[in-house]
Design a protein around this ligand. Structure first.
Ligand code: ATP
Ligand code: MG
Ligand code: FE
Length: 332
């Protein structure tokens, strides 16, 4: 099927046309980063307004890049949650309107399923698999026994990893979004500052990043009280080393315990160079094949929503026209 997918869960307005769940005919993303930068984070009201202004144009752009019209489509897909409710509603209503006007079925997609299925656009997923989801709002280890089945085996008890990156970046006075800035800075520094690693109870696949974030703030605070300088690149490298060590160790352990074919990394923080390198090294001799999306598919886009929608299409999981945006939509 040819599916037009729409994604507006946060601060990117995106539309894509996907054929057969994996062939990208177009993938248009309009980012609002510049509008949110001066506030140091996403302002929900501003995000919704941008989506309203952009959505029609972005959908037309996605169709025209694919050289198609509405009558060539077999289905619509849209992110139904989780995300900012006002932002989700713009995409959901646009998708419902198009589906209704052209008599097309509508496939609701979970945003995190989208991040995972982004990998499918490059090579087929093989089950069972473990997915390490690392994004702005989520940090989870998910066991997928088969296509479309999700079992969350571990999750963050406080901050998401992307959120921790953005907060630490703010204390270092780096611009929003801070994740890529810390990543760049870390590459220039030495991980020579002692920071904690939150392993939690033995055998737990849960995560915690708020203690690490506080430890970074304390290091800066104590140094300034003593009139000493902390090299920001060393602090960034030390923070990144702590995050990456915990993520990689737990993901590898889960992949081994569940005896999976693939370890599939997903979400915006999958773009992190330190994490990518460390995962590659850790899984060099592993039974599980490491899958990380190319950079462009890590952060929010609609191609990934079209890829995940194909699973819904195959199992006839269509939404009615009363579909609503659900900010806390559960994965399973
Ligand atoms: P969610 O997917 O959980 O709803 P989101 O959609 O806001 O949240 P994504 O778009 O998946 O999140 O990812 C954005 C996050 O990824 C931001 O926190 C950003 O700082 C982080 N990020 C992006 N690139 C990097 C990088 N190279 N290193 C670390 N973090 C990064
Ligand atoms: Mg975003
Ligand atoms: Fe996302």
């Amino acid at each position: 099927p040819i599916i037009l997918a729409i994604e507006t869960s946060c601060d990117e307005t995106a539309a894509a046309v996907i054929k057969g769940g994996k062939e990208v005919l177009s993938n248009v993303v309009s980012s609002q980063i510049e509008s949110h930068k001066r506030f140091g984070g996403v302002v929900p009201e501003i995000a919704s307004r941008h989506h309203v202004e952009q959505i029609t144009f972005i959908v037309e752009e996605a169709l025209s890049e694919a050289n198609l019209t509405f009558s060539d489509l077999d289905a619509l897909a849209v992110t139904a949650g989780p995300g900012l409710v006002g932002a989700l509603l713009i995409g959901v209503n646009a998708a419902k309107a198009i589906a209704f006007a052209h008599g097309l079925p509508l496939i609701p997609v979970h945003h995190i399923a989208g991040h995972i299925y982004a990998n499918q656009l490059e090579k087929p997923l093989e089950f069972p698999l473990i997915s390490l989801v690392v994004s702005g709002g989520h940090t989870e280890l998910i066991y997928m026994k088969e296509d479309g089945h999700f079992e969350v085996i571990g999750e963050t008890r406080d901050d998401a990893v992307g959120e921790a990156y953005d907060k630490v970046a703010r204390t270092l006075k780096l611009p929003y979004p801070g994740g890529p800035e810390i990543d760049k800075l870390a590459a220039k520094g030495e991980a020579n500052i002692d920071l904690p690693r939150a392993w939690l109870e033995t055998g737990s696949y849960d995560f915690s990043f708020s203690g690490l974030k506080s430890a970074v703030i304390n290091v800066l605070h104590n140094a300034s009280q003593r009139g000493e300088e902390v090299k920001p690149e060393d602090l960034a490298a030390s923070f990144q080393a702590s995050v990456v060590e915990v993520l990689v160790t737990k993901a590898k352990q889960a992949a081994e315990e569940y005896n999976v074919k693939q370890l599939v990394v997903a979400g915006g923080v999958a773009a992190n160079k330190g994490l990518r390198d460390s995962l590659e090294k850790a899984l060099e001799n592993s039974e599980a094949e490491l899958r990380i999306p190319s950079l462009k598919l890590c952060t929010d886009n609609a191609a990934m929503i079209g890829a995940a929608a194909y699973t819904g299409w195959k199992s006839n999981k269509f939404a009615k026209l009363d579909l609503n945006g659900e900010p806390g939509l559960p994965l399973s």
